[in-house]
Write a protein that binds this ligand. Structure first.
Ligand SMILES: Cc1cc2nc3c(=O)[nH]c(=O)nc-3n(C[C@H](O)[C@H](O)[C@H](O)COP(=O)(O)OP(=O)(O)OC[C@H]3O[C@@H](n4cnc5c(N)ncnc54)[C@H](O)[C@@H]3O)c2cc1C
Length: 809
């Protein structure tokens, strides 16, 4: 066994082997995989191993397609069969919402050049004569869908990695991972130690235990999962071809041919956790006792759809373990608190995603960043707050039992909540707030007339659509009070604070106390990794406001630039709160509560002051994400309630009240403002988002060389604001929400990043990216709302306050 390696992968399941393969493919041959047993001896060996290309997320779809293509290459490259069958997959819609979901996916497939399209019932019956298509509204066809052999794929990755110089050690359990003073690692095994630059935890079912060896916790929980295989079915036996798989997700089961019978699996409501206190170390090629009663309801639905299942005997039942994260996406990425420790655990569709995941891991480790924005997979999307066993279990139960449910835009799931609340939570609840989950915090999305109201869900306009409009009008006509406590807040203090911030962010930091600047944070590939408002609050102190959900994600970037001696960086997110008071009467409203003059001359745009307001000390910043006249007030969490009460009380005279996050979304889109994770992402270059003038190339900052390189190139895409035709949205009763493809003259030219109704400008709006040179202001496009073409026009300027006169009033 080697004693030295650039990277050590722990775990020889399909994911560990794919990571090893991709590390070698990207040029690192000095890599080792350690497996405590045989390869595949976690969840991998017993998987049904179905493969699909389509996913609601465009980037995950791209990676699933890459995975499906790679299996063919892998076979020819290694000579090891992956056991790939591609008889195609049929996707069935029983409900209108499922129809919308599938049509949207078909539109995305067309944009990204993937094969997924609608077919007729006749054609479907020809493809799968055993399916009863009664009650099915829409049928989609994915010709590449199918399944693979789990051991074949895992071994093919292993062969491919070995051919490029990797070493694989089976029956070599890792028993310790120790970080060295220089940041490198000693990986301890029963057969000796390996000194390595990178540790990659791909220990699947044992991901939690292996993480603990490095002193970290990850929010993962295993469950049982079952499928069964029928005896030979005569009709299948008589066929000279393989039947397509059937994705009847409204029926909550999956079904495909296995041998000359059928394989049926289900994510049942009455699910079972496993290994709550830790995965047993002696578990390997083991299974649990069968418990088909638990999936009986799902089975009955499968029998209704494919009657042959009901008459066939059961040949084999597999009840095996799989391990879940709270949102069912992988937990992937360098752990921000440790140097060179990469986590990759909690993968559910391992066979649909293995290659894409291996590629992303290898890119991140070798090239410093992935080519795609994969925040939905990033370990940093969860903070330490998520390591709460009750929260994890409640979420896992919910995601398991709703595995095949449609996840609607704007959907908020109640499981495991509330987890983190601020002092005004109960007050907001009493005022009818409907909450969303933002990095663990409860955060008001909108205010219903009746306390206790919850969101209805769907692709069309829902119960919140009207009330959110009233909040927007209230703010634009009079004033509104928005809780912005979920922003991330940081204090940088000390003689070196300015230099450090200048070395981190692309813009030049304000020279004068009381001034603020907007600044991008540049990613390793030169894209927009973040945006922040930085305010100089004292000669040697700065207050930084950025995206709340990106706090742990941004920590990685902040840690790349060492703090000067004597300068401190502190997160104030948990200890400071904020309200944005905005609208034409916000000045009068706030002036009632403070002696500090808020007049145009005394308190201009982009300035800040510590003020006393309603007896509370608050940092007042004249910035506004609504695009309207307004101030942000940041105060200590202990003062939050007092300040909120005073603001609401003073607001009564003006007809002003609370406004939630959904209204803020509409207001900022009316003004054409981008938001992190939607318009701002490491995938987009500054000149594509309109932030290039904030990159000051006359100074040094993080990833400057990368941004110089991209700024020297033509933009690939351009952020545009589209007005979607009134008649079209009236007919569909739906606005864009994000992700919808944009077409022009039948050609896919872009996609929506944020969509909403602009209530105060009377327009259905979509912010999105279109390919450079493919469309300009005034041009007509088609936005695929609900997967159906909706005419739209690219606007030349934002419909609200295009000259910024109200903002600066
Ligand atoms: C019944 C069932 C059906 C499924 N069907 C499908 C499907 O149809 N399609 C699909 O895409 N996915 C399916 N899956 C999920 C799929 O199996 C997983 O996504 C995938 O196997 C996860 O692979 P992994 O490599 O992350 O983890 P694992 O397979 O659990 O591998 C982890 C490896 O790490 C090793 N290890 C652990 N600790 C140590 C240590 N200390 N030292 C060294 N090695 C260690 C283990 O021995 C193990 O081999 C199914 C799962 C189940 C249970």
């Amino acid at each position: 066994m080697r004693t030295q390696a650039r990277a050590v992968v722990i775990g020889g399941g399909v994911i560990g082997c794919s990571i090893l393969y991709h590390l070698t493919k990207l040029g690192w041959s000095d890599v080792v995989l350690l497996e405590r047993d045989e390869l595949t001896s976690g969840s991998t060996w017993h998987a049904a191993a179905n493969i699909h290309g389509l996913h609601d997320s465009a980037n995950i779809s791209r990676l699933q397609h890459y995975t499906m293509r790679l299996y063919d290459e892998l076979e020819s490259e290694t000579g090891q069969s992956c056991g790939v069958f591609r008889p195609g997959s049929l996707y069935l819609a029983q409900t209108e919402n499922r129809e919308h979901q599938l049509k949207l996916q078909a539109a995305k497939a067309k944009l990204y050049g993937m094969n997924f399209h609608e077919i007729s019932r006749d054609e479907a019956e020809r493809l799968h004569p055993l399916v009863n298509f009664d009650g099915i509204r829409t049928i989609m066809w994915e010709p590449d869908g199918g399944n693979v052999d789990p051991s074949g794929v895992t071994n093919a990755y292993a062969v491919g990695a070995r051919q490029r110089g990797a070493e694989i050690n089976r029956f070599t359990p890792v028993i310790g991972t120790e970080q060295q003073p220089d940041g490198s690692w000693i990986v301890k095994t029963t057969k000796g130690d390996i000194h390595t630059e990178w540790v990659i935890n791909a220990a699947g079912l044992w991901g939690r235990e292996v993480a603990k060896l490095a002193g970290i916790e990850v929010p993962l929980q295993p469950t049982e999962h079952q499928y069964f295989v029928t005896e030979t079915i005569a009709e299948i036996d008589a066929m000279d071809r393989r039947l397509p798989s059937v994705a009847d997700r409204d029926g909550e089961y999956y079904l495909r041919q296995e041998g000359k019978g059928l394989l049926i699996g289900a994510y049942e409501k009455d699910m079972r956790f496993w290994a709550e206190d830790g995965t047993p170390l002696d578990f390997a090629h083991d299974l649990f006792p069968d418990d088909l009663e638990r999936i009986e309801e799902n089975m009955m639905r499968a029998i209704d759809r494919v009657p042959a299942v009901g008459t066939a005997g059961i040949k084999r039942v597999i009840n095996g373990p799989m391990i879940w994260s709270p949102d069912s996406n992988v937990i992937l990425g360098p752990v921000p608190e440790l140097k060179n420790y990469f986590m990759c655990g909690g993968i559910i569709p391992g066979f649909s995603q293995s290659a894409g995941m291996g590629l992303m891991v290898a890119q991140w480790i070798i090239e410093g960043e992935m080519q795609y924005d994969m925040f939905p997979w990033d370990v940093a999307r969860f903070g330490h707050w998520a390591n709460n066993p009750d929260f994890v279990k409640a979420k896992v139960q919910d995601v398991y039992a709703h595995r095949f449910a449609i996840h609607f835009p704007n959907e908020e799931r109640a499981a495991g909540r509330p987890l983190r609340t601020r002092p005004v939570y109960e007050m907001q609840k009493d005022m009818g707030a409907v909450f969303g989950l933002n990095y663990g915090w409860e955060h008001p999305l909108w205010f219903a007339k009746e306390p206790g109201t919850v969101d209805t869900n769907g692709f069309t306009r829902q119960n919140w659509w009207g009330p959110v409009g009233e909040e927007c009008h209230m703010l634009r006509d009079r004033a509104g009070i928005i809780d912005i406590s979920n922003f991330a807040k940081y204090r940088v203090k000390g003689a070196g604070a300015e230099d450090w911030l200048n070395a981190v962010f692309a813009n030049t930091m304000p020279k004068t106390v009381g001034r603020s600047c907007l600044t991008p944070l540049i990613g390793v590939r030169g894209g927009i990794a973040g945006d922040a408002t930085v305010t100089r609050v004292a000669e040697d102190e700065f207050y930084v406001i950025s995206s709340g959900m990106a706090e742990r994600y941004h920590k990685r970037f902040f840690d790349m630039v060492p703090l000067p001696e004597g300068t401190t960086f502190e997160s104030l997110t948990d200890t400071m709160c904020g309200f944005n008071v905005a609208g034409p009467q916000s000045r009068e409203l706030l002036q009632r509560l403070t002696n500090t003059s808020l007049g145009t001359e005394d308190f201009p745009f982009m300035r800040s002051q510590w003020i006393d307001i309603a007896g509370v000390r608050a940092l007042a910043l004249r910035v506004s994400f609504t695009g309207d006249l307004g101030w942000e007030l940041h105060c200590a969490v202990e003062d939050q309630k007092r300040l909120y009460e005073a603001l609401l009380d003073a607001g009564k005279e003006f007809g002003a009240g609370p406004v939630g996050g959904r209204a803020l979304m509409s207001l900022r889109v009316e003004k054409g403002y981008g938001s992190w994770s939607r318009e701002y992402s490491p995938e987009y270059w500054p000149q594509e988002v309109g932030l290039e003038r904030l990159c000051k190339l006359d100074k040094d900052f993080l990833n400057k060389a990368a941004v110089e390189e991209v700024l020297a190139q033509e933009p690939r895409e351009q952020l545009v604001l589209i007005h979607i035709d009134d008649a079209a949205v009236k007919a569909s009763n739906a606005d864009a929400t994000g992700g919808e493809p944009i077409f022009r003259d039948g050609e896919g030219i872009g996609r929506v990043t944020s969509g909403t109704y602009g209530y105060t400008v009377g327009m259905s709006l979509a912010l999105g990216y279109v390919k450079h040179g493919k469309a300009s202001p005034g041009d007509c496009v088609e936005v695929m709302v609900l997967g159906q073409p909706h005419k739209g026009v690219i606007l030349s300027e934002p419909p609200f306050d295009p000259k910024g006169e109200k903002l600066r009033a």
